[in-house]
Design a protein around this ligand. Sequence first.
Ligand code: ZN
Ligand code: ZN
Length: 263
Amino acid sequence: MIVEQVWTGNSFRNFNYLIACPETGDALAIDPLDYNKCLGAAKVKGWTITQILNTHEHGDHTGGNKAMVKATGAKLIAHANAGNRIPNMDRGVGAGDVIKVGSSVELECLDTPGHTMSHICLLSHTDQPALFSGDTLFNAGAGNCHNGGHPSELYDTFTNQLEKLGDDTLLYPGHEYLINNLKFTLDREPDNATAKDMLARYESQDPENALVTTLAQERDVNVFFRLQNPSVVARIKESFPDMEDDPDPREVFLKLRELRNSW
Ligand SMILES: [Zn+2]
Ligand SMILES: [Zn+2]
């Protein structure tokens, strides 16, 4: 499996992806909003884009579909329940479905509600797994739930699915928000030395060549994975004094998500 991260450079800071089979040169495009950049990258590599996967129905993820299909004839894949919001889907997928790319790549679909209620993440079946997380999980952050999502469902997705993935899993999110999210982590957990170090090291990183974190790193710097950390709990109790001393992780997650909305 070869992964090409395409930085769009737009104001929403979207990342698009190409996932290619090294044997056949077939490629899957994830959320190819900047279809020109994706097509250009495929051309340089000699790849043929045969499939498109939309992680979810928001316009900054689906906006390139029409032009990409026109240019390549690629088949459009998205969550089975997204059909009324994503026009011209060829295949609807759900939890456990596998998308094959060429002869050597297998991508497992995870049904990950929360950011929206029809959101798919892809997990590669490779020696070192890779997670293509759309707007569910970001570097050092979590997706918002303003446009068709539910924070409680997002918590369930984090707890029941994302937290169970292996430490060495590589994270490929749908947006580049690393620095802003690290600052939120440090606002919530000022003594997080790993987050401080990562912020100093990557503050002026070029998104064309962005840091790819592992889930082990995320567990260290992503406050949405640190719901029982004593500093995080102490700080959140300052904002919500009625909270009990040993709060339920779900409650901490929901309060963090609430604070992040207006941060
Ligand atoms: Zn979205
Ligand atoms: Zn988005």
